[in-house]
Design a protein around this ligand. Structure first.
Ligand code: HEM
Length: 450
C-alpha cells in the first residue's frame, strides 16, 4: 500500500520530535510535503495527517475510528466508553449521553456554573497571583461533578473530587502516560503505578455512587448518573455497572480539562489586549447586574472571542483517528482500507485562504463570516463530533463572565505565552499565573452575587 510522503526516520524519533514540539513538527511536515502527509508512530504505525477542508470532509465521513485496536483509550477509559464503541452501539450511547449537554437540558446548569465561578473567585485576594490552570481546572471539575453526580453528601463529594482530580493530574503527566503507548514501560514506571492506584480510588468512588443512585431510584433526579442508571436500550436492557463506570470516566476525562485549557487561553488573550477586554466588559455591562445565563451565552463579541480562542491554539490539536473502510481518494491520494487518518485541527485552523492573516488573534473574523464544519473543527466532526460542544462553549462564556464580574485578571508581563503539549492537549505553560485585582475595595474580592 503506498501512502502519502512524509517525514523520514524511525517512528520512535518522529514520535519524540512530535512530543517535544508538536506544532513545529506538523508545520514543518506540512511545508515540506503539502496538505496530506504521513507520520510514523511507534505502536500505532503510519498515520495520514489531513487538514484541508475537502480532506477533512472525507475524514469525518469515515464510519469508524481506529478502534477496537485503540489500546490507550481502552486502558484510560474502559472498553465500554462511547469513544470506543462503534456502529449501532455508538449511535445508541450518543443518543443517551447527548441530551444533558445540549438544548434546553443544558441551560438549566447556567446559574449553577455562575455560582460555582463566584464561589471560586471568593477565595481570591486583591493583589494575589493565581495559577490560571489550577483555578480553571477546579471550576470545570466542580461543574462536571455537579452535573454528573449532583450535590448530595458533600463529604463524599469532596473525596470524589480529590480522587478524580488526582487521576486527571496523573493523566497529564508524561511519566504516567508514556506507558499507555509503550506498554513495556508499565511494570517499571512509578508514574504508571501511581496512576493505576488513582484509577482504583476513582473506581471505588464511582461504584459507590452507582450503588447509591440505583438504591435511590428517583425518576426525578436530574443528574447524568441517574439518567445512565435508569436508561434502557431498544431491547429494554439497562446499562451494567461497568458500562456506567466507563462513561463516568469518559465524561470526567473528556469533559473538563479541555474546557479548562480553553479558558486558560481566553484569560491570556484578554490580558494581552485591553481593547478586547473593554469590548467584552461593555457587552457584559449591557445586560445589567444579574444577567440571565442564556443572554450571556448569546453575546456576539464574547462568542467570537471564544471561537477565536479555540481556533488559535485548539486545546485538542488532533481529531480522533479514523480508519478507512472502503478505498477512498483523499488529498489526491488513494487510501486503502485499514489506513489510519488523523485531522490536524491546528493546521486546519491556520490556512490562510480560510483565515486571512491566520497568525493574528482577531475575534472579529467570527463576526465577519461563518466558517464551515470542515474549516472550524476544534470539536472534530461527523458522527464522532464532541458531544460536549454546545456545553463547552456555554460553560466558557459563563465562567469568563463570572470571573470578570468579580475581578480583573492582569498578566504578570508582556512576554508571549507559548503553547506546550500536555499529553494530547495544546495548553499554556503549566505555571501560567495572573495577578488578581479587585474591582473596588482591597481584601477578599467583593462579588456580584453578594
Ligand atoms: C473546549 C472544550 C472541548 C474540546 C476542545 C473538545 C474537543 C473534542 C474533540 C476534538 C473530540 C473528537 C471528535 C472527532 O474526532 O470528531 C471530542 C470528542 C468527545 N468529547 Fe469533547 N471537547 C470539549 C469538551 C467536552 C465536554 C464538556 C464533554 C462532556 C460533555 C466532552 C465529551 C466528549 C465525548 C464523550 C467525545 C467522544 C464522542 C464520540 O466518540 O462519539 N467534550 N471532543
Amino acid at each position: 500500500m503506498t501512502l502519502p510522503d512524509g517525514p523520514k526516520g524511525l517512528a520512535i524519533l518522529q514520535f519524540s520530535k512530535w512530543l517535544r514540539d508538536p506544532l513545529g513538527f506538523v508545520s514543518q511536515a506540512h511545508k515540506q510535503f503539502g496538505d496530506t502527509f504521513t507520520m510514523r508512530l511507534p505502536g500505532i504505525g503510519p498515520m495520514v495527517i489531513v487538514s484541508d477542508p475537502q480532506a477533512v470532509k472525507q475524514l469525518f465521513t469515515q464510519p469508524e475510528i481506529a478502534s477496537p485496536g485503540d489500546e490507550e483509550l481502552k486502558v484510560l477509559l474502559g472498553e465500554n466508553s462511547v469513544l470506543l464503541l462503534s456502529g449501532a452501539a455508538h449511535k445508541e450511547r450518543r443518543r443517551l449521553l447527548m441530551p444533558p449537554f445540549n438544548g434546553s437540558r443544558m441551560t438549566i446548569w447556567g446559574q449553577a456554573i455562575l455560582d460555582m465561578t463566584t464561589e471560586a473567585a471568593q477565595n481570591f485576594m486583591d493583589g494575589e497571583r493565581i495559577n490560571v490552570r489550577d483555578v480553571m481546572q477546579e471550576i470545570t471539575l466542580n461543574v462536571m461533578l455537579q452535573i454528573v453526580f449532583g450535590t448530595h453528601d458533600s463529604g463524599r463529594r469532596q473525596q470524589l473530587r480529590r480522587d478524580v482530580g488526582d487521576r486527571m493530574l496523573l493523566a497529564s503527566k508524561m511519566s504516567a502516560v508514556l506507558p499507555l503507548w509503550l506498554p513495556f514501560l508499565r511494570p517499571i514506571s512509578k508514574g504508571w503505578k501511581e496512576s493505576q492506584r488513582a484509577e482504583q480510588a476513582c473506581d471505588r468512588a464511582f461504584y459507590a455512587e452507582i450503588n447509591e443512585c440505583r438504591a435511590r431510584n428517583d425518576p426525578d433526579e436530574p443528574t447524568v448518573l441517574a439518567m445512565l442508571c435508569q436508561a434502557t436500550d431498544e431491547t429494554g436492557r439497562k446499562l451494567s455497572d461497568v458500562e456506567i463506570r466507563d462513561e463516568l470516566m469518559t465524561l470526567m476525562v473528556a469533559g473538563h480539562e479541555n474546557t479548562a485549557t480553553a479558558l486558560s487561553w481566553l484569560v491570556y488573550w484578554l490580558g494581552r489586549d485591553p481593547r478586547m477586554l473593554e469590548r467584552v466588559r461593555e457587552e457584559l455591562t449591557s445586560l445589567g447586574d444579574a444577567p440571565d445565563p442564556m443572554a450571556l451565552a448569546k453575546l456576539p463579541y464574547l462568542d467570537a472571542l471564544c471561537h477565536e480562542t479555540l481556533r488559535y491554539y485548539p486545546p485538542v490539536m488532533l481529531t480522533m483517528r479514523r480508519i478507512v473502510k472502503d478505498p477512498v481518494e483523499i488529498g489526491g491520494h488513494r487510501l486503502e482500507p485499514g489506513t489510519k487518518i488523523w485531522g490536524s485541527v491546528y493546521l486546519a485552523h491556520r490556512r490562510a485562504e480560510v483565515y486571512p492573516d491566520p497568525d493574528a488573534f482577531r475575534p472579529e473574523r467570527f463576526l465577519e463570516r461563518k466558517f464551515s464544519q470542515t474549516e472550524f473543527i476544534p470539536f472534530g466532526g461527523g458522527h464522532r463530533r464532541c458531544i460536549g460542544m454546545a456545553f463547552a462553549l456555554f460553560e466558557m462564556k459563563l465562567i469568563i463572565a463570572g470571573l470578570l464580574s468579580a475581578c480583573d485578571l492582569e498578566l504578570l508581563d508582556d512576554k508571549p505565552l507559548l503553547p506546550k503539549r500536555r499529553t494530547g492537549l495544546l495548553a499554556p505553560d503549566i505555571g501560567f499565573e495572573v495577578r488578581v485585582r479587585a474591582k473596588s475595595a482591597p481584601g477578599p474580592i467583593p462579588l456580584a452575587a453578594e
